[in-house]
Each structure stands twice: as structure tokens, then as C-alpha cells.
Design a protein around this ligand. Structure first.
Ligand code: NAD
Length: 253
């Protein structure tokens, strides 16, 4: 690979939220960034400030279109250094309410999309000794009510990360995962009621939601050379939620 050439990061689900903050962070640090999203309206409304960041409107769960997506990205810049599998959907419902259609909708993007996008990036990541960052959730680490499909999809992404790290390490490809705590994005605010927001504050040692930027910082770290000996790991960027058991609310009284 030409060492002078800029590196390329692909960030899926990057028209808004955590993905957009991540795309800007890579771009600020000298990467070319392919912003992938299937929400045409959001993508059309997104104004990007320089030629090193470009929009690609694709559904990452649609295997039939992914060849074309990669072809177009590689026509723009002929290498891939980082793939951030961030696109995700949330659907909260109890087990009896979650019909097969709702279950499949969640799995299609949150799990199948990660598998498919990663698989198609491997040949290119081998050439750059690049890396993959998958975005799971604290809901994939700890079970909770109403998250039968979402939580299970994210737990699967955590296992998929370890499978990918195990197989791809010998090519010099690292694969890691970020498990974000709650962030006030469109995805979260569609399913977080007042009760849930309060419960999160209670259960998080830092006593607040995270920001898109704080999650992006974790993603960027794992993708960077500073993490060159880290692979197969799940980093919870969650204000301490994962580390905690009972007792915080009474401590705060
Ligand atoms: N916000 C939170 O509290 C939170 C917590 C834990 C994990 N996460 C995870 O972080 C990731 C980003 O979520 P966010 O909170 O920024 O949500 P968001 O809704 O603001 O952004 C998600 C983006 O993904 C895009 N997307 C969805 N399905 C897609 C598909 N099939 N193909 C291409 N793009 C698609 C959406 O159009 C949207 O722009 C998700 O994987 C989510 O599960 C979020």
C-alpha cells in the first residue's frame, strides 16, 4: 500500500447520531470517510464540508446491493483501513408481543448487516492490515426488560466480534467492539420513556447519559495504532453501568 495515501474509514449508519460524530472524528484526524446510510432524507440533508468525506446511500442489510456499495466506495478511494459497523435499529417489546417480523427486522440490520459488511471488507483489510469496530450495546452485555430482539442482536454482535478476531488475526486484521451506554440520539429517544431515562441515571455511576462524541472517542481509540495489540475486546463506554450492581440510588440519597 502507498504509505503517503490517506487511509479510508467506512462508517455505517452515519447520517446522524453516533455514526456521524464518528465520521467527523475520523475525518478530523486525516482519514477519508465513507458515510453510509439508508435514510435518503437524512443523507440528502447532510452537508459535508470537504472532499475527504462522502455520502453513500445503501441499506447495509441488503446483500444484493453491498457489492455495488463497496465498488463505489473503492472507485472513490482505492483502499479500506477501517470499517465501523454502527448502523442499528431499536425495537423494544416484550417477548409475547415481539412477532417474527419485528424480530427479523432487528436481526437484519443489527446482526446480518454486521456479518455481511465485514465479510465483504476482509479482502481489502488484508491489504492494509486494517481493522473492524462493531457497535453493540450495554443491552448486549446485560439483559433487561423489553429488549428480547435488540439485546439478543447485540449479544450476537459481541460474539461475532470474537469470532472475527479469532479468524482474522492471522492476517493482521484486528476486530473490536464498543458497547455504548445510553446516548440521547433519535434511536434511543424513540424507545426511552421518562421512566427508562430515570432508571438509567440511577444505574449509571456517572449519573448521566453519554454523548455521541464520547462514544466516537472510544471507537477512534480502538481503530488507532494506540490499540495495536488489542483485538477481540468489548469496551463498554457506559459511565460505569456494566461494572455496577445494586446500591447506587440509596448511596445518592
Ligand atoms: N443511542 C444509544 O443509546 C445507543 C446505546 C447503545 C448502542 N447504540 C448503538 O449505536 C449505533 C448507532 O445508534 P444511534 O443511537 O446513533 O442511532 P441513530 O438512529 O441516530 O443512528 C442510526 C443510523 O443508522 C441508520 N441505519 C439504520 N438501519 C440501517 C441500514 N439497514 N442500513 C444503513 N443504515 C441504517 C439510520 O438511518 C441512522 O442514520 C446503533 O448500532 C445502536 O444500536 C446506541
Amino acid at each position: 500500500m502507498n504509505k503517503q495515501e490517506k487511509k479510508l474509514a467506512i462508517v455505517t449508519g452515519a447520517a446522524r447520531g453516533i455514526g456521524l460524530a464518528t465520521a467527523f472524528l475520523f475525518n478530523e484526524n486525516g482519514y477519508k470517510v465513507a458515510v453510509v446510510d439508508n435514510d435518503k432524507k437524512e443523507i440528502d440533508n447532510l452537508s459535508l464540508e470537504n472532499n475527504d468525506i462522502k455520502k453513500f446511500c445503501y441499506d447495509i442489510s441488503n446483500n444484493d446491493h453491498l457489492e455495488e456499495m463497496y465498488k463505489n466506495i473503492l472507485n472513490w478511494h482505492s483502499r479500506i483501513d477501517v470499517l465501523v459497523n454502527n448502523a442499528g435499529v431499536a425495537d423494544f417489546g416484550n417477548i409475547e408481543e415481539t412477532n417474527f417480523k419485528r424480530w427479523n427486522e432487528v436481526m437484519k440490520t443489527n446482526l446480518n448487516g454486521v456479518f455481511l459488511c465485514s465479510q465483504k471488507a476482509i479482502a481489502h483489510l488484508k491489504k492494509t492490515k486494517g481493522n473492524i469496530i462493531n457497535i453493540a450495546s450495554i443491552s448486549g452485555l446485560r439483559a433487561s426488560t423489553l429488549r428480547v430482539a435488540y439485546g439478543t442482536s447485540k449479544a450476537a454482535v459481541i460474539q461475532l466480534t470474537k469470532q472475527q478476531a479469532a479468524e482474522l488475526g492471522e492476517y493482521g486484521i484486528r476486530v473490536n467492539c464498543i458497547a455504548p451506554g445510553p446516548v440521547k440520539t433519535k434511536l434511543a429517544m424513540a424507545v426511552h420513556t421518562e421512566d427508562i431515562i430515570e432508571a438509567y441515571h440511577d444505574a449509571i455511576p456517572l449519573n448521566r447519559y453519554g454523548t455521541e462524541q464520547e462514544i466516537a472517542n472510544g471507537i477512534y481509540f480502538l481503530a488507532s495504532e494506540k490499540a495495536s495489540y488489542i483485538t477481540g475486546q468489548i469496551l463498554a463506554v457506559d459511565g460505569g453501568f456494566e461494572a455496577t450492581g445494586v446500591g447506587l440510588p440509596s448511596l445518592r440519597k
